[in-house]
Design a protein around this ligand. Sequence first.
Ligand SMILES: C[S@@+](CC[C@H](N)C(=O)[O-])C[C@H]1O[C@@H](n2cnc3c(N)ncnc32)[C@H](O)[C@@H]1O
Length: 212
Amino acid sequence: MNRFKEIDKYILNHIEPEDEVLKELDRETHLKVVGARMISGHLQGQVLSIFSKMIRPKYILELGTFTGYSALCLVKGLQEGGKLITIEIDDELEIFAKKYFEKAGIQQKVEQRIGPALEIIPTLTETFDLVFIDAHKPEYPAYYEAVFEKVNSGGYIIADNTLWSGKVLDLPAEDDFQTRGIIQFNDLIKSDNRVEKVILPLRDGMTIIRKK
Ligand SMILES: C[S@@+](CC[C@H](N)C(=O)[O-])C[C@H]1O[C@@H](n2cnc3c(N)ncnc32)[C@H](O)[C@@H]1O
């Protein structure tokens, strides 16, 4: 085992253990769902859960439900009476995620919306204390612009995969729209004085943005 893998193992052994519902969801996702590596997983999920508990949001917006792992983690910090709205374009994932929201007994706190995030965001009437961006990478800059006015002052936007396996360092190919989207997003955040920001080199990079 190389040193990085040992460190990862050490970290996982010294943090809050993964709860049974999350463990089962992770397992079933890897057994049955194409693209299972997209799941947040234990370390990132625990980070999201703790951030959410620090922020104590009333309303959370998530872009990219997938099988529901990050939603289950984010919901843990909701205020009493709060709600998480999670948007997913793939209607085949709706039932899968719902099953786990029910298993965890949080279905009342989660509203699943199926469709393209950029079409659904303008229809939302809530304002959010926390937004988690984890959907289509080329659309990250557009997601940011679309959600910005719906984020409360002092609220947070967390964006996943912002180091994109290190590809942000190189000049992307003309048709590499994913890397281009992430680079454009990172540059946009860098130059936006309405927010404070930091990039954590956690997993594939996670940007934490605070609206002033
Ligand atoms: C990286 S996965 C999300 C992982 C999930 N947050 C988790 O931690 O388990 C990205 C998800 O975004 C969805 N997606 C892609 N394009 C989208 C769009 N335009 N609108 C909404 N969801 C989209 C994909 O179908 C996929 O399920």
